[in-house]
Design a protein around this ligand. Sequence first.
Ligand SMILES: Cc1cc2nc3c(=O)[nH]c(=O)nc-3n(C[C@H](O)[C@H](O)[C@H](O)COP(=O)(O)OP(=O)(O)OC[C@H]3O[C@@H](n4cnc5c(N)ncnc54)[C@H](O)[C@@H]3O)c2cc1C
Length: 546
Amino acid sequence: MTRLSRRQLIQGGVLVAGAGLVGSSRRAWAQLSDGGSASESVPAVVIGSGFGGAVAALRLGQAGIDTVVLERGRRWPIRPDGDTFATWEQPDGRAYWLRDRTAEAVLGLPQLEKRIDRYVGVLEVFEGNGIVIGAGAGVGGGSLVFNAIIVKPRRELFRRLFPRQIDFDEMEEVYYPRVKRIIRSAPIPDDILSTEYYRSSRVSLGQARTAGFATRPVDLAMDWDIVRDEIAGQRVPSAIAGQSFYGLNSGAKRSLDHNYLARAEATGHVEVLPLHSAVAMERDRGGRYAVTMVPLSDDGSAVGRPRRLVCEHLFLAAGSLGTTSLLVRARATGALPALNEHVGLHWAANGDIPVTRGALPFTNAGTGGPAGHFILEDLGNPFGPTSLVELVLPPHINAALAAVGAPQHFANYASLGIPPAIGSFTYNAATNAVTLNWPGNDPRLADFLSAARQTLRVLDERNGSVTIAFNPSVSAHPLGGAVLGKVCDLAGRVKDHPGLYVVDGALIEGSTGLANPSFTIAALAERCMDRILPRLHEATTTTGSK
Ligand SMILES: Cc1cc2nc3c(=O)[nH]c(=O)nc-3n(C[C@H](O)[C@H](O)[C@H](O)COP(=O)(O)OP(=O)(O)OC[C@H]3O[C@@H](n4cnc5c(N)ncnc54)[C@H](O)[C@@H]3O)c2cc1C
């Protein structure tokens, strides 16, 4: 198959009428449409290349459906000189999505902020009304910045939180294992856990047990052989040096660009367009979807004029914030006026609260990333169930805490709970902006917050430690806005909008049940694609070019 280059696609392709959906050649699909009004056309478009988008891209490609993936961020190939990503010690524009400063103020440490160049870096800090959200930007989405924790919820919590037709047994037998096989996540091997770098994990595990909490190991999306190479001095120290959110220069993180997306592109049917931001979508008279996309330069400014990409099947996978913003704007501006009243509602951040504890035994903090290797579960908590997973403590934050006399030694965690999904998105016509609103003082959050504090109280009382930071207005787990059963059916098909699908964290109503969300997002996306794809084929065989 002849591949059209990204440049050819952007400049408009070859005019060929009636491109088929399955097996059409790229020359056939990259057609000018609408009488040559600078639109290109392709059977399927995926917006976003994180967990949901990567799964959709691979399954579309394997089905032989020509697909373009629009990704606002850039690619991050691992460089042999070990300098792909910024580091905590030397942050630069690569660390953040279009910011002029690093973002420690969000964690209450403004004195640590440094000036950086405005650049299309990996970590977005999204400032909502009442909450600040971290999210990934780049080919691979959140997998570039995540702490690599791959964990599924317990059966009873999944059943409590998800529509009953989404069968946990099927998720456990089919979809979670399918994702795990492709990402190749695995628990930390004992020889690595026993090194000095991972002392903090061992301390935290011991403390969880002392406090009487249940614990279970988690998988990490890590190539542990590369971590062994780091330890042996054969790769740039990254995981062992406590790096995480800005990416791992050694290449030890199994981010989606190395697995799902690489496989999708290898099918020959998937073209990923980095540095292309989708800004609007609408439906044309023929029932197809037109996406307005803006090519971006390295500083985030637009390159040339916006372009239109027309498709029959549009998969929204821009993350909970991105997907919901596109939908809310499309409904408010009248571009997709029939989107229902649930769009932009039923949102929460997975009960994810950053926590730092002090007065621990020596933890060797600032090493041993990107995360701890187990999850602590407090299922008998009188206020509601909670869990705690250890994250790496960035070395410069460790040093800053010591410098201000906080009781040493420290460890960093994500506390997870089950908040009511009372967040919402609103549209401002004057600015064309979508705002995320989180009512942090709402009394309906009281039990969820008390539950998190209760777990920490028990942990600290039994271990003589103290919680020195607990910040419920910062999170990295946005979920909801286009949820299953309300905005979409149970396979991610947007109601009353044939050909429009949601396959990312926007589908999930605020919580994945005390588990970091990426595994469940990817597994649900696999489940959605299993149900969506046969109908695409059916449509193709009954209508020819449909
Ligand atoms: C610092 C950090 C650490 C985390 N650690 C973990 C962890 O250890 N384990 C875990 O399970 N979860 C973790 N998470 C959460 C996890 O990353 C997210 O839950 C997950 O990535 C969400 O998947 P998604 O498919 O919904 O969207 P994303 O992975 O966020 O992907 C969305 C993609 O869409 C792109 N995009 C957005 N808007 C547009 C647009 N308009 N046009 C084109 N492209 C667009 C974005 O750049 C992004 O690449 C972490 C998150 C952060 C920020």
